[in-house]
Write a protein that binds this ligand. Structure first.
Ligand SMILES: Nc1nc2c(ncn2[C@@H]2O[C@H](COP(=O)(O)OP(=O)(O)OP(=O)(O)O)[C@@H](O)[C@H]2O)c(=O)[nH]1
Ligand SMILES: [Mg+2]
Length: 357
């Protein structure tokens, strides 16, 4: 801090000098009137003067200022966090106890917190005019979860020559699932089934389905393009009730491969397209898959590898943006046993575990 003394005849004069010298930021520390000189020791004959002690703070140290800003930012962050925690505590404290336990369980299962809160708030909105979420009970909550999971929709085989395509990321279980379904329909439901593979990029892929075809005695055709697919449908497989179409696995980032797939999901030709998702995939990756495959217009979502995860929250998270019905769930490598038609009660059991009943 710079401190300086100024002397003048009047206060105004002196302060004017101070401002002229130190600028508008100058601080007046003290003013004093005194008499200079005098006659015979009598001050009354002296010259009246004013002394002003003024100061100016040093230029702010930029480093210090930055640190101060950072400290303030941190303080704000901490208080925002505290507010968030408080809000969270208030939300949970006000829930019916059993609902609170399910809420915690769902978060542990990976259901997104805001989505979970919205679900409870929406139930409250529909239940009572005052929208009081503390009045939501366990049954309301479970009923809403069931509604969100939605009715399962397996393949209906009423129409003749129905063709169903299976698409999804590499290794998600498309070929194995087709083998399981082919066996189920032909053995258990006595339906004429044919299998077609459009996965011609790897010899092993065709061989994999050919092995199942031979064991199960269900015919398999290989097609390279949409034209061949049409031809097979109208000739070799014209008398089949159900045709299951296997496709090459596509990485969600492989735009070219996804482009090729488009012709095998063409609604003019294909009756139903099932997008396979594995629940042992990270939520961010599931989102990417759903995003990238969204222009292929899938009709149903088929959940695979349920046996390889213990977190079922994505059953609900998926619903935030996609309300396509779940068709089947698969839970192991065994053909044909490890597959069932999706059923909302079963899915809720997976999701709620011991909180189900
Ligand atoms: N644990 C478990 N493994 C499965 C399930 N379904 C398939 N698999 C296994 O996952 C692996 C890949 O299965 P595929 O059927 O070849 O998968 P795909 O989607 O056809 O793979 P690509 O054609 O390479 O894209 C195989 O080892 C299957 O046995 C399932 O529900 N649970
Ligand atoms: Mg395959």
């Amino acid at each position: 801090m710079k401190v300086k003394k100024y002397v003048g005849d009047t206060i105004q004069d002196t302060i004017f000098k101070v401002k002229a010298d130190l600028g508008a930021d100058a601080i007046i520390l003290n003013t004093r009137k005194y008499t200079k000189g005098g006659f015979l020791g009598l001050k009354i004959f002296g010259e009246k003067k004013v002394e002003v002690l003024a100061a100016l703070e040093d230029e702010k140290d930029e480093g210090n200022e930055k640190t101060l800003d950072e400290i303030n930012d941190l303080k704000n962050m901490v208080s925002n966090l505290e507010r968030g925690w408080k809000k969270e505590e208030d939300f949970k404290e006000n829930l019916n106890q059993n609902v609170g336990e399910i809420y915690d369980h769902l978060l542990a299962q990976g259901v997104e917190k805001e989505y979970c809160k919205n679900i409870i708030n929406n139930i409250a909105k529909n239940l009572n005019e005052d929208e009081d979420f503390s009045k939501v009970n366990v049954n309301d909550f479970k009923k809403e979860l069931l509604r969100i999971i939605g009715d399962g929709e397996g393949i209906k085989t009423a129409e003749k020559n129905k063709i169903v395509a299976f698409i999804g990321p590499t290794g998600v279980g498309k070929t194995t699932t087709i083998a399981k379904l082919a066996a189920k329909f032909s053995l258990e439901k006595d339906i004429e089934v044919g299998m077609i593979t459009a996965d011609t990029y790897r010899i092993a892929a065709v061989q994999q389905l050919k092995t199942y075809s031979d064991i199960m005695n269900i015919p398999l055709k290989v097609v390279y393009n949409e034209e061949e697919l049409k031809e097979t449908m109208n000739s070799d497989f014209a008398d089949k009730d159900l045709i299951l179409l296997d496709t090459a696995g596509s990485s969600w980032s492989d735009k070219m491969q996804l482009g090729r797939l488009k012709s095998f999901t063409n609604k003019k030709l294909i009756d139903e397209t099932h997008l396979l998702l594995s629940l042992n995939t990270k939520k961010e990756d599931i989102d990417k898959v759903l995003n990238q495959f969204s222009n292929l217009d899938a009709d149903k979502i088929l959940l695979t590898k349920i046996d390889e995860t213990t977190s079922y929250g994505d059953l609900i998270n998926i619903r935030k943006d996609y309300d396509l019905p779940y068709s089947y769930i698969t839970y192991g490598q065994d053909v044909p046993d490890d597959i069932s038609e999706a059923n909302k009660e079963d899915l809720l059991k997976y999701l709620l575990g011991d909180k189900y009943e």
